[in-house]
Design a binder for this molecule. Structure first.
Ligand code: NAD
Length: 456
């Protein structure tokens, strides 16, 4: 580890990574290699948690390809110093924002989208001219091994290195001095990362989680809501940081909605979802047991089957849990959907403000005023009106949390900017040098006051 880090530091100091053509050639080689390994990626994800190939395509391979294409297309433009208008107070001048790579970056990835969430930050860190040490998740053995193979094929370890391992490896990496740390994972580990970063005053992006609510009012098209919501909830087996965690629905339509959701689940996954080729498994037994505990004090109205040996939990609906019940304590991160109801705005408020600021919020409604009110009243990372998850898929939108759900954001240009320091530069013109800022001040004071009030 120390050898890799010192080699990366030396390479960065050599200025090589600042060449845009060097970055472009790395990105293109990475793209070719990932395309070559497409089937291997699907196989690794299947072996890790029975992830269906279709889901692996749209949520891992496809999103990585579009991030890579966007970086290849735009890296030249993004890297150029951006000219901004000069201030009359600094006249005569030309003013710029230079994009400066931070240097040596540590990326720590989670297991739930193990390919996407390791490679996407890496793409942007490289585009911005940094070196990277990636620590993939230890829970997705096959995908992490494949990630290491791809990285070793494309990069020399002085540019990018994959360091596999668990908590001990992560702890050791965090003890080193980095120029930036990009972490995706849970809130408790996010705090550990922030503490380690604080020791060296290292800037961090924390992509965390939380309990993301889904509000449904009685103007929504319930059949469509059931279809879209169950897709967002049960995709990846519910193991998505932005999955709708729980529903808050207008009380008078709750029963009808539960019936529609049940029918929707049967349509998508059959009467026995365990046999469905479209439904993934829980990542490991520890997480199955964690989720199983949430069912103990719950009113299960659908699903509820658990097979610990197969890491299987059926798509499960829970009716009206209390806020003190097990399932309402922490982020669920599995195929269990609690359905709470509301009569009025105060009910919604008392549920949502019971938790930390969530990563996402979804509202299903056809009432413009209601939607506007919800968006402005509650603080959350990002969200969707009348669907779920899809805000992740537009790289023109920054993706990230707020408060306990994270800090910082990425995707597309926002990702490039995350890994770049904005260096402000003024190039002063020499053809004019007004004397009013120079001593003796007394006679210029009145004039300078006037100028400030006029131009600022
Ligand atoms: P995790 O926090 O357990 O692990 C994430 C990474 O941190 C792994 O690489 C792991 O090895 C490392 N790690 C674990 N314990 C550590 C410790 N004590 N010290 C140092 N490093 C440690 O998270 P996870 O279980 O892999 O992922 C699930 C969590 O990630 C959920 O909370 C989910 O919401 C969140 N998540 C967030 C996003 C997002 O973009 N905001 C995306 C995916 C997942």
């Amino acid at each position: 580890m120390p050898n890799i880090i010192s080699a990366q530091r030396a390479l960065f100091k050599s200025q090589k990574t600042k060449s845009v053509s060097f970055r472009l050639s790395l990105l293109k080689t990475l793209k070719t290699e990932i395309q070559l390994r497409e089937q291997d990626i699907y196989e690794a994800l299947k072996n890790d948690f029975n992830k269906p190939e279709f889901e692996s395509f749209i949520s891992e391979f496809g999103l990585v390809m579009s991030e890579l294409n966007s970086a290849i297309k735009n890296v030249k433009k993004w890297s150029k110093p951006e000219r901004v208008t000069s201030s009359l107070l600094t006249f005569p001048s030309k003013d710029y924002i230079y994009k400066e790579p931070y240097g040596n970056i540590l990326v720590i990835a989670p297991w739930n989208y193990p390919f996407l969430l390791a490679i996407n930050p890496l793409i942007m860190a490289i585009s911005a001219g940094n070196t990277v040490v990636l620590k993939p998740s230890e829970l997705t053995i096959n995908t992490s091994k494949l990630l290491t193979e791809i990285i070793e094929k494309v990069f020399t370890s002085e540019v990018v290195a994959s360091v596999e391992g668990g908590v001990e490896t992560s702890t050791e990496l965090l003890a080193q001095k980095w120029d930036y740390i990009f972490f995706t994972g849970s809130v408790p580990v996010g705090k550990i990362v922030a503490k380690a970063a604080a020791k060296h005053l290292t800037p961090v992006t924390l992509e965390l989680g939380g309990k993301s609510p889904c509000i449904i009012d009685d103007s929504a098209n319930l059949k469509l809501v059931a279809k879209r919501l169950s897709w967002g909830k049960f995709f990846n087996g519910g193991q998505t940081c932005i999955a709708p965690d729980y529903v808050i629905i207008k009380a008078n339509i709750k029963d009808k909605f539960i019936e529609l959701l049940k029918a929707e689940i049967v349509t998508r996954y059959g009467n026995n979802p365990k046999e469905s080729k479209s439904f993934p498994r829980i990542i490991n037994k520890k997480n199955v047991l964690r989720l199983k505990k949430m069912l103990h004090d719950s009113t299960i109205v659908f699903g509820g089957e658990v097979d610990e040996n197969e890491c299987y939990i059926a798509p499960t609906l829970i009716d009206n849990p209390s806020l003190n019940s097990e399932v309402m304590q922490d982020e669920i991160f599995g195929p269990i959907l609690p359905i709470l109801s509301y009569e009025n705005e105060t009910d919604i408020e008392s549920i949502i403000w019971n938790f930390e600021k969530p990563l996402s919020l979804y509202v299903f409604s056809n009432k413009k005023a209601f939607i506007k009110h919800i968006i402005s009243k509650y603080s959350f990372g990002g969200g969707v009106v009348n669907d779920s998850l899809i805000h992740f898929g537009n790289d023109k939108l920054p993706f990230g949390g707020v408060g306990a759900s994270g800090m910082g954001s990425y995707h597309g240009k926002f990702g490039f900017d995350t890994f770049s320091h904005n260096k402000s530069i003024i190039k002063r013109g020499n053809w004019l040098d007004p004397s009013m800022r120079y001593a003796p001040y007394k006679e210029n004071f009145g004039l300078i006051k006037k100028l400030f009030s006029y131009f600022s």
